[in-house]
Design a protein around this ligand. Structure first.
Ligand SMILES: Cc1cc2nc3c(=O)[nH]c(=O)nc-3n(C[C@H](O)[C@H](O)[C@H](O)COP(=O)(O)OP(=O)(O)OC[C@H]3O[C@@H](n4cnc5c(N)ncnc54)[C@H](O)[C@@H]3O)c2cc1C
Length: 423
């Protein structure tokens, strides 16, 4: 079989802007956990180098799993960011384009950026992830602070600085109340970190009052009942007010409205509310012309191809990471939507893409069979709860704050080293 990629010959280095169409061999959309690992795995696996183009709106990526520590100043921003664009540009044959993906034509395998630039490739990998955002139908949703990536984290950090700086010692000025919305791992970690400000905080800050609101009757629904109970006790012991079984029904400047069951809504004054109540598909996923699940995620097959038809028509379009739900076998797979899952999926995508890349573009001898992603329903969790923590694996759960903090920072350092610019 021949191994010729589609596309033109030597091309100038890609830059954002212009209305031209550039050609490349592999186009990776999104460079967070999933996209960047696809690039790394391709470098390791391709029998011969292909031109790889990576598009993301962010040229660097702050470390998401410790976003609560970055937000509250326990970890400085400069030590927690991956220089993604520099890493990609340091790899042979790879280039990073900073841009906003606006549309995709799966038949032509051509993506359009808001700058007007078009990029066409033989292989496309969509890793455009999710956003941490409340439902737009929630009144006042735009007032909720959110912190996952990009400018959001900086903005949220500046807002906290504005609210918490000064005021200490002024007896009549009560500490501001911060409301965290969401009782899953992210909400519990954020509430715990805010509560920890009573013990250690950036110079000049005062400690807030913290309320956690969750529609669920218990914390951490993704883990066992016992773990949820322990987390509640740990947060309450650090002064977090828990409002469980309670929905946020409105946000307005200086207050939120909460409702428990069918009871009368209650207005709770607060300085600000922070959203940690769940992720949604990245908005652009709806504009890519790719199969979607009912709730707007990319529906892929077990081989992580977007068109997993028995006789493949468009075998060269893959997707992975938070953006996907895998459909196959007995239904939709309950993937974890965690960083580790992104790495596992990226490996499968790279391996499958490398298998296809040694075939001629139109597969005259047929499309080879590809490997499926393996379902791993569970993995270890480290849940930081301010001065406390829970490390959970199956039935095992231990409270080892020092070790958990050290281990999670070690994981972050591994991540930064793994994608450090080469050369
Ligand atoms: C608060 C929080 C804490 C978390 N903690 C943990 C944890 O402790 N451990 C763990 O394993 N997982 C954790 N996760 C989950 C983990 O962060 C995600 O699973 C992971 O980030 C998914 O990676 P991804 O590459 O699929 O997508 P994302 O991280 O969502 O990245 C998508 C990328 O696409 C880019 N993008 C999106 N739209 C466009 C567009 N239109 N144009 C250009 N670029 C675009 C974005 O800039 C981004 O770089 C956490 C998530 C959150 C929100």
């Amino acid at each position: 079989m021949s191994s010729a990629p589609e596309g033109g010959g030597d091309l100038p280095r890609l830059r954002a802007g212009g209305g031209q169409t550039h050609r490349t061999d592999v186009l990776v959309l999104g460079a967070s956990f999933a996209g960047i690992e696809v690039v790394l795995q391709l470098q390791r696996r391709l029998a011969r180098p292909l031109r790889i183009t990576v598009v993301d709106r962010q040229p660097s990526h702050g470390y998401i799993p410790l976003v609560h520590e970055r937000l509250c100043g326990r970890l400085p921003a400069e030590t927690t960011a991956l220089p993604t664009a520099r890493f990609v540009d340091s790899l042979p044959g790879a280039s990073f384009v900073r841009g906003e993906v606006s549309a995709f034509d799966p038949d032509r395998k051509q993506v359009t950026l808001t700058s007007g630039q078009r990029i066409r490739a033989r292989f496309v990998v969509v890793a455009l992830g999710s956003e941490l955002a409340p439902p737009p139908s929630l009144p006042g949703s735009e007032l909720l602070l959110r912190a996952k990536q990009g400018d959001e984290v900086e903005h949220a950090r500046e807002r906290l600085d504005e609210l918490l700086r000064g005021g200490e010692g002024e007896g009549e000025d009560p500490p501001p109340r911060l409301v965290v919305v969401g009782g899953g791992i992210s909400g519990a970690e954020l509430a715990g970190e805010l509560a920890l400000l009573r013990r250690e905080r950036p110079s000049g800050w005062r400690a807030p009052e913290v309320t956690l609101v969750s529609a669920g009757e218990r914390l951490l629904p993704e883990l066992s009942v016992g773990v949820g109970r322990k987390a509640s006790a740990a947060l309450r012991a650090q002064g977090v007010e828990l409002r469980l079984g309670t929905r946020l029904v409105r946000a307005e400047p200086g207050a939120v409205t909460l409702r428990r069951g069918e009871a009368e809504p209650e207005r709770l004054p607060c300085a600000v509310a922070l959203w940690a109540g769940g992720i949604r598909p990245a908005p652009v996923l709806a504009h890519l012309g790719l199969p979607l699940t009912e709730d707007g995620w990319l529906a892929v097959g077990p081989t992580l191809q977007c068109f997993p038809t028995p006789v493949p028509t468009r075998p060269d379009v893959f997707a992975c990471g938070d953006a996907v739900r895998i459909e196959g076998g007995e239904g939709t797979w309950p993937t974890m939507q965690r960083a580790i899952e992104c790495l596992w999926q990226a490996k499968v995508v790279a391996r499958n893409l490398a298998t296809l890349a040694v075939c001629a573009p139109r597969y005259p001898s047929g499309v080879p069979s590809l490997r499926p992603h393996l379902l791993r329903p569970s993995f270890a969790y480290g849940v930081s709860l301010g001065a406390r923590s829970l490390v959970v694996w199956g039935a095992v759960r231990v409270d080892l704050p020092a070790i958990n903090t050290w281990f999670r920072r070690w994981l972050m350092r591994r991540y930064l080293a793994r994608y450090a610019p080469r050369g």
